[in-house]
Design a protein around this ligand. Structure first.
Ligand code: COA
Length: 379
């Protein structure tokens, strides 16, 4: 995982919008969130998380076949954030694309990558959830400004003969609720409106109907986890930890009541990071592993929900080792990865220099670099 250093506390927010720490903590469970600095972006946070995931898995960038970045705040419309990260890693044999399923995106991404591995078409996938949500917030809207934060998390998935990994998944969407949680952007039919807004929603800014999203979330979490458990032929008693999307502590508590389990079975770190959308599950997973709450052989579940509306649940048997065990040794591979990152930076520079040199040569040698039409004209 990777989060920005800058902390935005509830007290800081009191100076921006009419709210207070007590209300935010009581209604959401959030105390603070991280906010990206000027030189940080979705791709740079995603890259840092990806590099750490490669260290933990001890995988070289050239071994990656596929990079999926789940995000609602991509660096560009295109090139994809995944392609930027592919280049910075030096993952020269990887395909790369961004996936848009809002806060469910990470679970969707893990499912897509798992299916690609199981089909035999790839061996190794890097799935990243990365967001700079604070850049799409309307800071006048206290219903959303208090909820979201920035960050990234990543996992490496690898084909293995060890039984386990993803046991089942349930992916769902109900587009009829799309207007409850949205960020209108360049393809919107209302882009050319004089007031630059659509249905009263500001262009490129998040709009949310909080109470409706709250009701939707509490309904689908329990339902979809139960469906994923049935598919995996397991019961809730077989699950040692549920890593949910970190949106609101009250949503998690309601889901625990619906599933008739203790709230402690849910991993929660939203007090420190708020809602980081597609990044929240891998960030929470990383902290759960670091805290020794996930051990090899145990069954765990992910559940995501958000804009679309979309939701997704997944049951897994954890086969990864714990992070501390992996940190030692592997020095040579570590150095090879660092070399790959440096080389990737140089490749970009060399490409730029060769373009400049090519332009110079074309200007110096008459006839070179002209289009076929121009050449015909000269003839
Ligand atoms: N600070 C202080 N007061 C606030 C406030 C804020 N940030 N936001 C709303 N209020 C006020 C409202 O104006 C209202 O006042 P009133 O009773 O005088 O009219 C009161 O608090 C209750 O507002 P309400 O919107 O009913 O609060 P809520 O309990 O539903 O909490 C959310 C609002 C946004 C925290 C809650 O609806 C929520 O978490 N929804 C789900 C959001 C979510 O998870 N989205 C992402 C999914 S991926």
């Amino acid at each position: 995982m990777a989060v920005p250093d800058t902390v935005l506390s509830n007290q800081h927010l009191e100076a921006i919008v009419e709210t207070n720490d007590e209300w935010i903590r009581a209604r959401t469970g959030i105390k603070e969130r991280r906010i990206a600095g000027e030189r940080e972006s979705t791709a740079s946070l995603g890259l840092r998380a990806a590099q750490r995931a490669l260290d933990v898995a001890d995988i070289l960038p050239t071994a990656i076949d596929l990079i999926v970045v789940a995000t609602s705040t991509p660096e560009n419309i295109f090139p994809s954030t995944a392609s930027l990260i592919q280049n910075w890693l030096g993952a020269s044999k990887a395909g790369a694309f961004d996936l848009s399923a809002a806060c469910s995106g990470f679970v969707y991404g893990v499912d897509m990558a798992t299916q690609a591995i199981r089909s035999g078409s790839i061996q190794v996938a890097l799935v990243i959830g990365a967001e700079t949500m604070t850049r799409v917030l309307d800071w006048q809207d206290r219903g959303t400004a208090i909820l979201f934060g920035d960050g990234a998390g990543a996992v490496v998935l690898k084909g293995s003969s060890i039984e386990g990994g993803v046991l089942s998944s349930v992916l769902r969407s109900d587009g009829s609720g799309g207007d409850l949680l949205c960020i209108p952007t360049v393809g919107s039919e209302d882009l050319n409106n004089a007031d630059f807004s659509t249905n009263g929603h500001k262009m490129h800014k998040m709009y949310m109907n909080g109470s409706e999203v709250f009701k939707f979330a509490t309904r689908v979490i329990a339902e979809s986890i139960e469906e994923a458990l049935v598919k995996a032929d397991l019961g809730i008693e077989d699950i040692s930890l549920i890593v949910p999307h970190q949106a609101n502590l009250r949503i998690i508590q309601a889901a625990a009541r619906a599933l008739k389990i203790e709230p402690d079975l849910f991993m929660s770190n939203l007090d420190r990071y708020g809602n980081t959308s597609a990044a929240s599950i891998p960030i929470a997973l990383c902290e759960a592993v670091q805290a020794n709450r996930v051990k090899p052989g145990e069954n765990i579940a992910f559940v995501g929900f958000g804009g679309g509306l979309t939701w997704a649940s997944m049951v897994l048997r954890w086969t990864g080792s714990d992070l501390t065990e992996r940190r030692s040794g592997r020095l040579i591979n570590q150095q090879r990865r660092q070399f790959s990152y440096v080389l990737a930076r140089w490749r970009v520079e060399l490409r730029r220099i060769s373009r400049v040199l090519g332009g110079l040569v074309n200007r110096l040698i008459p006839g070179r670099g002209r289009s076929p039409d121009e050449k015909t004209d000269t003839l």
